[in-house]
Design a protein around this ligand. Structure first.
Ligand code: PLP
Length: 369
């Protein structure tokens, strides 16, 4: 429906604020802090399309290709730019890892301090490394993410700290841009949008983004939003707080999501659903995506792919069976973070490599061809 806009294409590589300024809470007073985030590929997947069948088309929005390798950069450019506009000198966040990486990078770019509060021993090594590399002050607490967010909310009461978690509306505003990009790429909104559900900021942001673009006349339809939680960390699915959430997918190991209510509205208003996938299904989907599509994502990001397979299999009693969706539907799965952030999870696919002699016969022998 939308056409290629030469002004928009001029903004390529300059970040989501430059591209979508008129939809974001910024003005000429806002100093823009950008690392060129956004404009991530929307990759058509023939194999996932075949798995759904009946002429449906599945696309993967690969958010691991943002500057700090997760979707968090979209919201962080807005949150840190606004913090700078308000003359803040310290940003603070609780994190399961990716928020801390993004906050630390954008704070470094802005020349301000970043404080990160993390659940001790529960952060994937790549993400923790990023927070240190970008120079954040990192504090590990003896508790889970929900405890860390409680602490950050309390410290954020002080006027000298700006909270950059997704409870900050500037974060949600920035994350809406992923929905804008999808509509710009497809020419309309998809029929279904699948994504992982943790603290529930992203599903809230996508739905707000789809609605805003729809209200502006940039698309005809609105998608059904389908969120996937890990079976051991599924407060929205079970409709109760999970005191001790458990899953291999550390980014969505959350028992009491901050944007719970907004996520429920997004699911209700879009006629979508929330479903669960097991850790085994998540890991199988992560491996499938890497080996069949060449897309390496962290475990949480594989949840919607595991979810798509579940939706295609009536025997697994999906909440939203894809056997009943209209023919030729368009489906988008957002994969939220890069696989290199959490290398331990995939470590068992690396076999020990005793060196072989440097000649073709020995190499062919080693690869058994
Ligand atoms: C890789 C990844 N996927 C999914 C999520 C969940 O997003 P949300 O908390 O906005 O639901 C997160 C949040 O940290 C994440 O880092």
């Amino acid at each position: 429906m939308t056409e290629v806009d030469p002004v928009q294409s001029e903004h390529r590589g300059r970040g989501v604020i430059a591209r979508y300024e008129r939809f974001l809470p910024v003005s000429s007073e806002t100093p823009i802090v950008s690392l060129g985030e956004g404009d991530t590929p929307l990759i058509f997947s023939p194999r996932l399309s075949a798995a759904v069948g009946r002429g449906c088309q599945v696309h993967i929005k690969y958010e691991g290709l943002n500057p700090t390798c997760s979707f968090k950069d979209r919201g962080m450019t807005v949150a840190v730019s606004k913090a700078l506009e308000h003359k803040m000198v310290t940003v603070i966040c609780a994190s399961t890892g990716n928020t801390s990486a993004a906050a630390a990078a954008y704070a470094a770019r802005a020349g301000i301090r970043c404080v990160v509060v993390l659940p001790a021993g529960k952060i994937a090594s790549g993400k923790l490394l990023q927070a240190f590399a970008y120079g954040a002050k990192v504090v590990a607490i003896d508790g889970n993410f929900d405890d860390a967010l409680r602490v950050v909310r309390a410290i954020g009461e002080r006027s000298d700290f700006a909270i950059v978690n997704s409870i900050n509306p500037d974060r949600i505003a920035g994350q809406m841009t992923a929905a804008f990009e999808i509509i710009d790429a497809l020419g309309d909104a998809p029929d279904f949008h699948l994504l992982p559900l943790g603290n529930a900021g992203n599903i809230t942001a996508y739905w707000a983004g789809y609605r805003q673009y729809h209200a502006a006349g940039n698309c005809r339809r609105l998608p059904a939003m389908i969120g996937f939680q890990a079976a051991g960390a599924a407060p929205v699915y079970y409709d109760r707080v999970i005191e001790n959430p458990k899953t291999i997918a550390s980014a969505i190991r959350i028992g009491n999501p901050a944007s719970w209510k907004a996520a429920k509205s997004a699911v209700h208003d879009s006629r979508g659903a929330v479903d669960i996938v097991t850790d085994e299904e998540i890991l199988a989907a992560q491996r499938w995506l890497a080996t069949h599509e060449g897309i390496f994502v962290e475990p949480a990001s594989a949840a919607p792919i595991a979810g798509l397979f579940k939706c295609c299999d009536p025997a697994r009693k999906p909440i939203y069976p894809f056997t009943q969706i209209p023919e030729s539907s368009t489906i988008v799965c957002t994969v939220t973070g890069h696989g290199l952030k959490d290398p331990e999870v995939m470590a068992d696919c690396m076999i020990k490599l005793p060196p072989v002699a440097p000649n073709d016969e020995e190499v062919l022998k080693a690869i058994e061809i």
